[in-house]
Ligand binder design. Structure first.
Ligand SMILES: [Zn+2]
Length: 55
């Protein structure tokens, strides 16, 4: 039986600003949906990059 200590399973996701197309990588659920630093609007999910590929 495999068990990871106390690591939360995180997903690296790429988010994009729908207005200026600025992209950013965030980690869920540790981080929340970011706001574009230029447009001050909430960014949207673009692509899920990984699902625990480290361990
Ligand atoms: Zn923007």
């Amino acid at each position: 039986m495999t068990r990871k200590a106390k690591e939360e399973r995180q997903k690296a996701v790429e988010v994009v600003c729908p207005k200026c197309r600025q992209t950013q990588i965030v980690y869920f659920p540790k981080e929340t949906m970011p706001v574009c630093q230029y447009c001050r609007i909430e960014m949207v999910l673009k692509e899920i990059l990984t699902e625990g590929k480290y361990g």
